[in-house]
Design a protein around this ligand. Sequence first.
Ligand SMILES: Cc1ncc(COP(=O)(O)O)c(C=O)c1O
Length: 358
Amino acid sequence: MNAIELETRYSAHNYAPLPVVLARGQGAHLWDTAGRRYIDMMSAYSAASHGHGHPRILAALAAQAERLAVPSRAYYNDRLGPFLEELCKLTSLDAALPMNTGAEAVETAIKAARRWGYRVKGIARDRAEIIVANGNFHGRTTTVVSASTEPDYRDGFGPFTPGFRAVAFGDLGAVERAITPRTAAVLIEPIQGEAGIIVPPAGWLLGLRRICDAHGVLLILDEVQSGLGRTGAWFAFQHEGIRPDGVILGKALGGGVLPVSAFVAHREVMDVFTPGSHGSTFCGSAPRSIPTSRARARRASACWRKACCRRRRTRRSFAWRRRSSSRARISTGRSIASRRSCASSTARAGARVRRDRL
Ligand SMILES: Cc1ncc(COP(=O)(O)O)c(C=O)c1O
């Protein structure tokens, strides 16, 4: 059996890949098993924002893996502290909790918000609510799809986790009307990445910040997609000069070599976690601190600026670009529709991948 047949035979069919078998990546390029070169406009949905096989990241990864790879959080290690410090400085927040995937970091944020709701805000036990947006995408775990408004992500996976209220994205009035004394948090993507790349009206984040402050509600931003340089700033929230109470990072945080995510928050929010209340076996592994540094993230940003230039030529790239000081616009290869149907997904992606035969 060839690679496609093997994958089809032994894999769950939860993806519908293009009939291209990739074998190598370097910078902005990918090569298939037949030696054809492609410009990688997809960049693993921004997980490879640094480009493939960045030599400094690979060297650091190899050196760290040889020195100490998986120490577990049962001990301290000499890499985790500097990594967490970097995350906190970058986001101007106080404490970080690393996880593996974006969905896990969202789960972490949900747990933090709920416990904060009970222990700090005084919401009655098990009654906390989190406001999310219609058309959101925060990942695919059971609790996270409970917050989704997309039927295809939920179909057949109930019963769902209660405690989410969805409102129109970009509608400040709807958010304010949805807030009750039970509301612990507003969890929102600054720019929606799945619902068709929705850029909210200018002032949306600023308005959310004011509403959350007025009602004693946490503002948690999912910057898994929009963060780390993809809008021309480190984070999309910086375009409106606000500071969230918590921010969720993933994808490019792993430098294109490891699954690394994090929930970063104010100390008051993070302090709801006590030993045993949350964790993951690999969340303290030393090499995960390798890909993150300001210089590397800056490089990610530069990569995407380059991708934007390409977009003008190809009109088919996957890049965030800055529109004005307060607004950002995204052009992407992925939409909800592309996940909705395998067939249309393949067709759309096929249109997106620009094959560059040498
Ligand atoms: C905004 C956002 N949050 C969370 C996730 C989930 O990340 P992961 O696929 O690593 O679980 C994604 C993935 O696309 C995302 O775009």
